[in-house]
Design a protein around this ligand. Structure first.
Ligand code: IPE
Ligand code: IPE
Ligand code: MG
Length: 231
């Protein structure tokens, strides 16, 4: 059975998880961070090579200031406190997105966390932060223009994306039952298998990840071709 090499997850439903318990939305985000840690470890132990987690979109700045502030506090906590344990597991961190919009103290933590894990050879963990696929593609074109590339090919364009050098996701999971992409990896998911699960992100478990992988293994990927039946 083939394991997906790259799994990407739209971690959705933190707010609803909290609402169901009559708690402020930020409690859902806090629980969501715990789930991140659990799922990173699970993916690593299952032998997945690349795990991409959608943590904050370019559109998420539209949320109330207080929620954004709480998310930034959690981000800083994750980068400074949780990364040590993931480092011990051999996780190599990469951030996808326009990081220029973050405050200086977060930028420092980002650099420290990436430097700490840069020589690791275990799971490649991508965290998409202030990430939008349209922004990603636009910045790729800006860079190509600057470098005088007039005739981009698919592989040249791919090399200017934040996921440069990594394979496209084989499996895309979205939690909380929402059937949309929300500006995530539009270029890279051209042929990804999509799996939507009703569970809210804070409740997502290793078992749920395994179920998604088992479901993936039952799919027949054709990439636009045909699969010839054995005579
Ligand atoms: C996902 O959960 C986390 C972020 C987008 C930061 P949400 O906060 O979107 O939770 P719901 O969708 O409102 O339940
Ligand atoms: C997508 O979730 C972004 C992240 C998980 C970071 P949203 O909750 O922002 O997406 P919409 O608004 O439901 O499309
Ligand atoms: Mg949401």
């Amino acid at each position: 059975m083939t394991l997906p090499v790259h799994v990407a997850i739209i971690m959705d439903g933190n707010g609803r998880w909290a609402k169901k318990r009559s708690l402020p939305r930020t409690f859902g985000h806090k629980k969501g961070v715990k789930t991140i840690k659990k799922i990173v470890k699970a993916a690593s132990s299952l032998g997945i090579k690349v795990l991409t987690l959608y943590a904050f979109s370019t559109e998420n700045w539209r949320r109330p200031k207080s929620e954004i502030k709480a998310l930034m506090v959690l981000l800083k906590y994750f980068l400074s406190k949780e990364i040590g344990e993931l480092n011990k597991e051999g996780v190599k961190l990469r951030l996808l997105g326009d990081l220029s919009r973050f405050s200086e103290d977060i930028k420092i933590e980002i650099k420290k966390a990436c430097d700490l894990t840069c020589n690791n050879t275990g799971l490649n963990l991508n965290i998409a932060l202030n990430y939008g696929a349209r922004q990603e593609i636009l910045q790729a074109f800006e860079k190509m223009l600057k470098q005088g590339i007039k005739k981009p090919t698919e592989s040249i364009l791919s090399s200017f994306l934040y996921t440069e050098g990594q394979p496209d996701p084989d499996l895309l999971i979205r939690t909380s039952g929402e059937f949309r992409i929300s500006n995530f990896l539009l270029w890279q998911i051209a042929y990804s298998e999509i799996y939507i699960v009703d569970k809210l992100w804070p409740d997502f478990s290793k078992k749920d990840l395994e179920s998604a992988i088992i479901n993936f293994q039952s799919r027949q990927r054709r990439f636009g071709g045909v699969v010839l039946e054995k005579q």
